[in-house]
Every structure is written in structure tokens, then in C-alpha cells.
Design a protein around this ligand. Structure first.
Ligand code: MG
Length: 251
């Protein structure tokens, strides 16, 4: 009883200090009719249900075009090793052509979404460095630098994004091995970790907030797990079930 009261108190303080948990559609709202993961339609659909943000993954072809796709390959073509002309003609399961980052940004122009851009770890780190420059340039070109959050599993990518993105840009690390203090020292905005990492280190949430960091948990699809994140004051939840999360947050 006392334990429950204690946790409720911590959760209330956390929410009072940090505001409501925000909804991030994982690879867009791809479960909507006619949608597909990482498609322009999934972005528009995430906007249509008023998600705070939409997440997507990016790879750069060997000749310097940034594409939006989760897997390293599309229809058997490995994006980082292929020429853009080979990749451009590939279709997603909903029939759309694979979007370039440029096309996705054009689609996002008319929305109010925050864009959670995941840099995928490239085999060739020089190519990854070129990808970082290209990505930053595209957000600048479209005047969307204030609408992007970067996330990555790549440690070199994390450092490059922190160093090279405009001041104030939030960059999160996905690979759960760094502590909040490590992230703070690097200049990251915080951990964007698998939900189970926060469950294992629940003290990290409050520590992050004390350090001025924010927390993002992925990929949280069950109501019970969402509620745990909400109760503990996680700032952002990345989910394949954005409408379920919105219902819980509305309660
Ligand atoms: Mg991703």
C-alpha cells in the first residue's frame, strides 16, 4: 500500500514537472488502411490522428541519395551498397515507391508533425559521415531544422549529429548501454531505449529529468506497458499503436 502510494507520488511529481507523455508513431502510422512502414502515407496518417511525431529510418545509397527504409535492403537491394537509380524504382508493400528523405520532407511540410529521424549504422563509417552531412543539409534546405529529432544506434553517428546539428537540436541514443550521466557528458538529449531497459533501470527516468535529459521508450505496443511508461513520466513513447496510446493518455 505504502509502496503504491510512493510510486503514485513519484509519478505525479514527474508528470507535473515534465508534462504529458508524447506519442511518436513508429515508422509512421503504418497500420492505417493503405499505409506501409516508412511510407509518405504513414507520415500523413500519423498527422491525421494528431501524433506529436513520426519516426522513420534513413540509409544513404553509395552515390549519396538518402532513402527512407527500415531494413538495410529493399526487395533484395542493399541500399548502402546500391546506386540510387536501382533503389528509386523499388516499391513498398502499399504500392508507393520507396521515398527519398527529400520526398518525405516535402510530404511533411504540410503537417505539424515532429520528425524523429533514425540514422541507420552504415558499414562504411566514411559513408555514414557523408550521410550525416546530407541529412542535416536536407533539413536545412526545407527549413525544418526545428522540427527534427535525431536518433541512432551508431555511436560515431551520435557524436557527429551532436557536433554538427544546429545548437538545440535533440539527439538521442538508441543503444541501451550508456547511462544517463554518459549521455549527458556527450551532449545527447537523452536515452531513447527499449522499454525493457527503463523497466530494468527505472531510477534512470528520474535521474534523466534531474540532469535535464528527456526519455523516449520504444517500441511500446501493449496497454500495460504504455501505462507503466506514462506513470513513470517517460517523455515520449514510440509505438505501433498510436491510437491506443492516445486513448490511455486521454483517460
Ligand atoms: Mg527506427
Amino acid at each position: 500500500m505504502m509502496k503504491n502510494l510512493f510510486f503514485a507520488l513519484i509519478a505525479t511529481i514527474s508528470l507535473t514537472c515534465w508534462g504529458q507523455t508524447q506519442v511518436v508513431a513508429h515508422r509512421g502510422y503504418w497500420k492505417a488502411p493503405g499505409s506501409a512502414q516508412n511510407s509518405c502515407r504513414s507520415l500523413i496518417k500519423a498527422d491525421s490522428i494528431h501524433c506529436w511525431g513520426t519516426e522513420f529510418d534513413v540509409w544513404m545509397s553509395r552515390d549519396g541519395v538518402v532513402f527512407v527504409n527500415h531494413d538495410a535492403t529493399i526487395n533484395g537491394i542493399e541500399i548502402q551498397k546500391a546506386k540510387a537509380s536501382q533503389v528509386r524504382t523499388q516499391r513498398l508493400p502499399n504500392g508507393e515507391l520507396i521515398p527519398t528523405l527529400e520526398q518525405l520532407l516535402q510530404a511533411a511540410k504540410g503537417t505539424t508533425l515532429q520528425l524523429v529521424c533514425e540514422l541507420k549504422p552504415h558499414d562504411d563509417k566514411q559513408q555514414e559521415a557523408r550521410a550525416v552531412k546530407k541529412i542535416l543539409k536536407l533539413f536545412h534546405k526545407y527549413g525544418m531544422e526545428d522540427r527534427v529529432t535525431y536518433i541512432t544506434f551508431s555511436y560515431p553517428g551520435l557524436k557527429m549529429l551532436i557536433q554538427q546539428a544546429p545548437a538545440g537540436t535533440e539527439v538521442y541514443y538508441l543503444n541501451g548501454e550508456l547511462t544517463p550521466r554518459d549521455l549527458k557528458a556527450l551532449g545527447a538529449a537523452g536515452p531513447d531505449y527499449h522499454y525493457s531497459v527503463f523497466r530494468h533501470h527505472s531510477g534512470w527516468i528520474e535521474l534523466c529529468h534531474r540532469l535535464g535529459l528527456k526519455t523516449n521508450a520504444w517500441t511500446v505496443n501493449k496497454a500495460e506497458e504504455m501505462q507503466w511508461c506514462i506513470d513513470w513520466g517517460i517523455d515520449f513513447i514510440t509505438t505501433n499503436e498510436p491510437e491506443l496510446l492516445q486513448q490511455l493518455l486521454a483517460q
